[in-house]
Ligand binder design. Structure first.
Ligand SMILES: [Fe+2]
Ligand SMILES: [Fe+2]
Length: 162
């Protein structure tokens, strides 16, 4: 299916608004977030897609029953694990010196997901704030942590910037 491309990430400007943002929590990876290296961009986009599927499950309400979001949590966790595994394999193959620290970052991202999921499961409700917390977790990987790897790839002429 053809994706609609947008230059900027579309995030609901009013995080406490009860109405759903029709575009989803975030649509597409902005160009500056892209790696242009193997499957990393597609994997990052898949994580955003998982989050958008969860966002759509809310309807117009500010919260949703946990059962309705169960599939999203399963898919998101599975795709995060797959992505982290493939990213770490690329780092290992290229001798990336930040691999161990990056593995720790990945582990803490999974822990954050599990904490958010367990909290929502305990009360049987997922709030939109939970999805924003998950988005923050993904941004920690895609931007704050992965950018060092992108710089490493750039220095070796393996990716282009922009
Ligand atoms: Fe990463
Ligand atoms: Fe990543």
């Amino acid at each position: 299916m053809e994706r609609k491309r947008s230059a900027t990430i579309a995030v609901d400007p009013d995080r406490d608004a009860p109405a759903a943002c029709p575009e989803g929590i975030a649509r597409e990876l902005p160009a500056t977030w892209r790696f242009n290296f193997k499957s990393i961009d597609d994997e990052h986009q898949q994580l955003i897609d998982d989050l958008n599927a969860g966002w759509s499950a809310f309807g117009p309400a500010a919260s949703a029953p946990f059962d309705r979001l169960k599939t999203m949590f399963v898919s998101l966790k599975g795709n995060m694990l797959l992505h982290f595994e493939s990213e770490e394999a690329e780092m290992a193959a290229l001798g990336y010196p930040g691999l161990q620290a990056h593995k720790e970052q990945h582990r803490s991202a999974i822990e954050r997901l599990e904490t958010i999921e367990a909290g929502a499961a305990a009360i049987g409700i997922v709030g939109r704030a939970d999805l924003y917390a998950l988005l923050d977790t993904l941004v920690d990987d895609m931007l704050r942590a992965d950018v060092s790897f992108k710089t490493f790839l750039f220095a070796r002429g393996l990716v282009h910037m922009g």
